[in-house]
Design a binder for this molecule. Sequence first.
Ligand code: TYD
Length: 221
Amino acid sequence: MTSAKIEVLPMSRGRFITFEGIDGCGKTTQFHMLGHWLRDQARQVVETVEPGGTSIGQQIRKILLNPENFDLRAPAELLLYFASRAQNVDQVIRPALEAGQIVLCDRFTDSTLVYQGCGRGLDPATVLQLDRIACAGLKPDTTILIDIDLETSLTRARRRNERMGLAESRIDDESSAFHGRVRAGYLALAAAEPERIKVVDGRASIGEVAMRIREVLRDRV
Ligand code: TYD
């Protein structure tokens, strides 16, 4: 039997920047602000999100975040996150990078490593194997990790869910022990890959956090 090989595609020409952080860290606000700022500098920017980012991904996102799906098994959840990502990488992210654009992605595989790996206790080696299939060697050039303490995170996430209704609260409803493991997982990833993952303190004002992110990216985009 011939051994199966996963195709690793060549490096892209654009820049791939991902945003990470625990729920309520302010990541999505900062992500859109950076997109606006880069466009003001006449840069071509594509903004996308995980899970979601394509119309197929949006359908998968609904399954993943619907609180009625409390019965969703951890391996099924893991595969759905990667199904959304595989579609997004092939349909949106890689073509944009090949066209020389800057791609901003709200969450990527680091989320799966910490939520499904550290949070749910799935083997990180399995997560990385699936990443090789879904992303075919594509890795973020820079990851902005917005870090806040657990208490601030939970207060902000609850406030947001009350404001928006409960349609997307399945993961937010997890225990604070779960979110504690997720935060610790993120900080461990950042310590292991300090060149790629840049930690920004999310407790500062929105404007200060935005300035700090621009400083980090100054020579990178
Ligand atoms: P998101 O909409 O980005 O939530 P938030 O605005 O709170 O950042 O992400 C939805 C949820 O999905 C979030 O709780 C994290 C979770 N998630 C995973 O568990 N694994 C993953 O691979 C990804 C991308 C997200």
